[in-house]
Design a protein around this ligand. Structure first.
Ligand SMILES: Nc1ncnc2c1ncn2[C@@H]1O[C@H](COP(=O)(O)OP(=O)(O)O)[C@@H](O)[C@H]1O
Ligand SMILES: [Mg+2]
Length: 247
């Protein structure tokens, strides 16, 4: 069974249709890359999955449960994580503290009320585990404002992992990165647990082809093509509107 299923999803801002009858499914652990020209509706699609935007019609289900129109908090609790194009780290706090706070936020509610020493310790342990997992182990006590841009983007992924997602949405994880930072991000994404499904919006074709199990091409809000790397590369419609360099 697919983890995420979008059926006949439709979204319009007034007369501007940004999502047009989109059908898409993502399996558990799948690395799915969404490409398409600027303004194609990629970010809007991700915002509908995370609950930031309410679809005009159609359904979104996660693990068989209908999550259409649910709040972002609820969708996050159900296992959809994301990073933000705009950095949302606590800049004056350390790397570790940022991850620990995200672990604490995940535990929430009654668990927070306990706040015993043991709970704190477990949060630090989990934070260090996550930092180790993504390879951001150098100087975990550095304050965020002293990190390089690439390190901050890595840390954002660590923070989103603290919510224990089943599906992680990455909106242009390599944008603004140097070639070396981009390679680092590719390695990081590859090292994420295989059970974690990823939906990645990406422009850099090197990154796309390094990571994707399947690729979906969005064009004026519509799915132009969806398939393996070979299928997408060999698709004449895709070549014409996208890979042909018209964007
Ligand atoms: N809140 C909004 N209100 C009106 N138009 C929007 C809004 N958000 C995005 N758009 C428009 O929707 C279209 C798709 O945008 P977006 O989803 O950001 O595309 P992409 O991420 O593929 O570049 C663009 O024309 C954009 O200007
Ligand atoms: Mg976008």
């Amino acid at each position: 069974m697919s983890l995420l299923v979008l059926e006949h999803l439709h979204k319009a801002f007034g007369s501007l249709v940004v999502t047009k009858d989109v059908n898409l499914s993502i399996a558990r652990g799948e690395r799915h890359v969404l490409i398409g020209p600027n303004g194609a509706g990629k970010t809007s699609l991700v915002h509908q999955i995370t609950g930031q935007l309410r679809p005009s019609s159609g359904t979104i289900s996660l693990g068989g449960q209908d999550i259409t129109g649910a709040s972002p908090e609820r969708i996050c609790q159900l296992g959809v994580g994301r990073t933000f194009q705009k950095n949302n780290l606590f800049r004056s706090l350390s790397v570790r503290e940022n991850v620990r706070l995200a672990v604490q936020a995940r535990q929430g509610g009654w668990y927070q009320a306990l706040r015993g020493v043991g709970v704190r310790k477990a949060q630090w342990t989990r934070a260090d585990e996550i930092l180790g997992q993504i390879g951001l182990v150098e100087g975990p006590d550095r304050v965020v404002s002293s990190l390089s841009y690439g390190e901050q983007r890595q840390l954002e992924i660590a923070v989103s992992l603290a919510a224990e997602p089943q599906l992680l949405l990455l909106d242009e994880p390599t944008s603004g990165m140097s070639p070396a930072e981009t390679d680092g991000m590719i390695a990081l994404v590859r090292s994420l647990p295989k059970s974690l499904a990823l939906l990645i919006i990406e422009h850099d074709m090197k990154v796309v082809f390094s990571l994707a199990d399947r690729i979906t091409v969005l064009y004026y809000g519509e799915v132009l093509a969806s398939g393996s790397q070979q299928e997408i590369q060999g698709n004449p419609k895709v070549r014409e509107v996208y890979l042909g360099g018209k964007h």
